[in-house]
Design a binder for this molecule. Structure first.
Ligand SMILES: [Zn+2]
Ligand SMILES: [Zn+2]
Length: 317
């Protein structure tokens, strides 16, 4: 059941948005069946929170046992707070995961707009034009952005021992708010606007006139970060135009959008990536050749413990 929980929730929340947009559209002239709809359906399937949950599963099964062994050898298991959250009650894990993950996303989202080469990755999400802003564009993101985001978000959580239920809650609740943020619905959440993000806030994040310095509303789930740090804006009406300066020449199809960051970045990043790889290889070689520090203290197996703890009997003969 756990494996199906996210796909079932994603399908149910998506169906709910279709019904809400059908009966309560904010911009009634906007069509639900529109050009590029299928391209956004592919994004939805590829970019849902599947990758994050998959990464979390792979990390706990394949990566963390090696990390744990290494930490034990170095005597660092306690000092890096491995499994620090493991004993917390589930409700505490859920609240902390929501707040911490969302604040990290708010910070990364700022960087995506302010650092030029990261902005190239993020342009895919801002390629949404006036007649396309609906719930389904919530997952229109470059695959590179998704890989980086999910690794930053979910791997540390698994490291600190958060339960899968807490990560699943974040994935499902994040999907609900992400869908709503982009939906064609006139929702501002009244007094809750200072806590929760909304369609009326997020549409201003997609303002065509926004630049690296003037873009507003970076929040994903919570709007509080934007109100606290002075990047919030919430007029009653949507902006005059959506997109970004240059969206007219940005690739239109799913495959060309997915290739865009590599086409754009590879010529600029080539030498840096090669030197980073050489550096990583040198570090790995130095690590391999370092002075051995001995094996970690042996933990007796269950059977050995009970055998060792038994009084020693000699066979009467
Ligand atoms: Zn953005
Ligand atoms: Zn958006």
């Amino acid at each position: 059941m756990a494996a199906y929980l996210y796909p079932i929730s994603l399908a149910a929340l998506s169906g709910l948005m279709v019904v809400l947009e059908r009966f309560f559209p904010w911009r009634p002239e906007q069509k639900q069946l529109r050009p590029k709809l299928w391209s956004d359906v592919i994004y939805l399937v590829f970019n849902g929170h599947f990758l994050g949950l998959l990464l979390a599963g792979l990390a706990s099964t394949w990566i963390l046992p090696h990390v744990d062994r290494w930490l034990a050898v170095e005597g660092m298991t306690d000092s890096v707070y491995r499994n620090a959250a493991m004993d917390w009650p589930l409700w505490a894990q859920i609240i902390v995961a929501l707040l911490v993950l969302d604040f990290i996303q708010w910070c990364v989202h700022n960087l995506l707009h302010r650092v030029p080469f990261l902005w190239e990755l993020h342009k895919t999400h801002h390629s949404v034009k006036d007649d396309e802003m609906d719930w389904i564009v919530a997952f229109r993101f470059s695959w590179l952005e998704v890989v980086v985001y999910k690794s930053i978000l979910y791997l540390p959580m698994v490291f600190f021992g958060f339960r899968w239920e807490a990560l699943m809650f974040h994935a499902i609740f994040g999907t609900l708010i992400g869908h709503l943020n982009h939906a064609n619905l006139n929702l501002g959440h009244g007094p809750w606007r200072y806590i929760l993000n909304s369609p009326r806030m997020h549409i201003w994040h997609h303002d065509y006139a926004g630049t690296a310095k003037t873009t507003v509303n970076y929040g994903i789930i919570f709007s509080s970060w934007d109100w606290i740090f002075g990047t919030a804006k919430m007029p009653p009406d949507p902006p005059a135009q959506l997109g970004f300066a240059g969206v007219e020449t940005f690739p239109d199809s799913f495959f060309s959008q997915e290739a865009w960051p590599l086409e754009k970045l590879w010529p600029r990043m080539q030498s840096k990536l090669v030197w980073s790889l050489v550096g990583a290889l040198v570090l790995a070689a130095a690590w391999y050749l370092r002075e051995p520090r001995g094996d970690p203290p042996e933990t007796p197996m269950l059977g050995e413990v009970s055998a060792a703890s038994q009084p020693h009997h000699t066979c009467p003969s």
